[in-house]
Design a protein around this ligand. Sequence first.
Ligand SMILES: Nc1nc2c(c(=O)[nH]1)N[C@H]1C(S)=C(S)[C@@H](COP(=O)(O)O)O[C@H]1N2
Ligand SMILES: [Mo]
Length: 532
Amino acid sequence: MWVIFGCIILIPIIIAWIQYAAFGLPADPSAHFNPVGPQVPTDPAGFPAWIRISHWVNFLFLTLIMRSGLSILFDHPRLYFNDGCTPHTEWIRFTPIKVPAFKMWTAKEDARYISPWIGLPGYRHTIGLARVWHFLTVPFFLLNGAIFIVLLFVTNQWKRLVPHSWQILPDAWKVFVHYATFHFPIEPNGFFHYNALQQLAYFAVVFILAPLALLTGLAMSPAVENRFHWYPKLFGNRQCARSGHFMVLVVFFIFIIIHVALVAATGLSVNMNHIVMGTNATHNYTGLYIGIAIVLFVCLCCYLALWLSWHHPRPLQKAQANINGRLWRGSINMFKPRPYYTKKDISPYFWPNGKLPDSREWQELAKNDFKDYKLKVGGMVENPVELSLDDLKKIAKEENITMHHCIQGWSGIAEWGGLPISKLVEIVKPYPTVTTVAFISFGGGLYGGLYYDTHTLDNCLKPQSILAWEMNYKPLPIAHGAPLRLRIENQLGYKMVKWIESIEFLESHEHIGKGYGGRNEDDEYFDLYADT
Ligand SMILES: Nc1nc2c(c(=O)[nH]1)N[C@H]1C(S)=C(S)[C@@H](COP(=O)(O)O)O[C@H]1N2
Ligand SMILES: [Mo]
């Protein structure tokens, strides 16, 4: 990968130098630009307020999105091109640790610390809040982008961004040869024109990079993947999409560095007057000073976001539920998972996660191969039952090969065999007021308390929602949840309770635990709806 990246960067530079050595500098395509006004009267002149505002709003949002994205990345600091995320196949890792072969190494243990100077909120095991910042910003980032693009095309401003002739390509190359060989090309007045390379770069950021960020992000959603299996395939597979999402971040970062460096190098105070004040004034620093104030304000927002994450996480979680929870519930959460994978897709490796139960009761049951295990099913039902594994197996069995999506970013494809939850529902007969099913584990949560999670009854009745006692055609291994674990395929991994002790039918997720829908929702501010 490093060789490939090196080539992508070095080869154009080498070609530019060869061209320069053999033929000298190419003619500068900006030479014919009118330096004091638009080329033709219908060309845009200056930056209206909506451009300036959306530019700086975008800067704030991108800062939040990129920093929270890094925090999310560091919860599983490895990137792959294979869906099984087999250790040692990552193309890049942000951890010194090689996954040990001699002991169980869970994905949670593998999470890293990231400094809050870089990540939002930073630190370890803060993925819940990192996602809150990431997803809370995204709808507004998209809205800002949409408004920008609409206004771009209802005004004449699109002309500065959208190339209208293929001539832009050779022209951009000529400008690149200047930069690459350390010659500054002629600087057109950005109030009226960009040079060809600049125009191409801005165009690519707005019309390619930003949409790619959205599309690769969406490809990681379990609800989307399980309904439209072809979609992540557009990028190769789900982990390619995740890697691509990261590369989008890297390109954004490189763009920002070069953008800011050139803004500074080509007349900082004038350029700042353009994009802050909307004036073409050359002899005052107003734009620069206000621009610095805006940057400081963004820093302050970052600090405030960190402070809120640490001192008022619950309102953040609730804001996320009110905005994105609602959005997802009414859209992608309604998709029904579809069968797709076959035996040959089963991943050679499947990351284990969570904490093995340490209760004496579970250990006794495990010693005896769970022969004495009884699943307790109760709550708001007409017919509470206790069922052994054999009882469960006698009711029905369904086998599905599906992709597991952990919130941390890793995935894995496995076969799961077990009882469709719909069959259990038929037996216990929940009251009509039941909306929610809670699954309670023998195991504990990261910060204490029993591990549990809730699902809407609706999701429990979707295709492929099962209580599994079988993984890859063998009895469910201890590490993966023996004797019984949950599979609800349109949700993220943390909702798939392992080592299930009991099931309760409820009128609301607020009637169990701290009332946020699960151990991770209670203690780590994860989403109630884990569709993405
Ligand atoms: N009881 C219990 N169930 C749990 C967890 C846990 O910590 N405790 N971790 C969850 C998470 S975060 C994931 S990704 C999956 C992992 O399942 P696996 O170990 O089979 O990969 O289990 C889920 N179920
Ligand atoms: Mo997970």
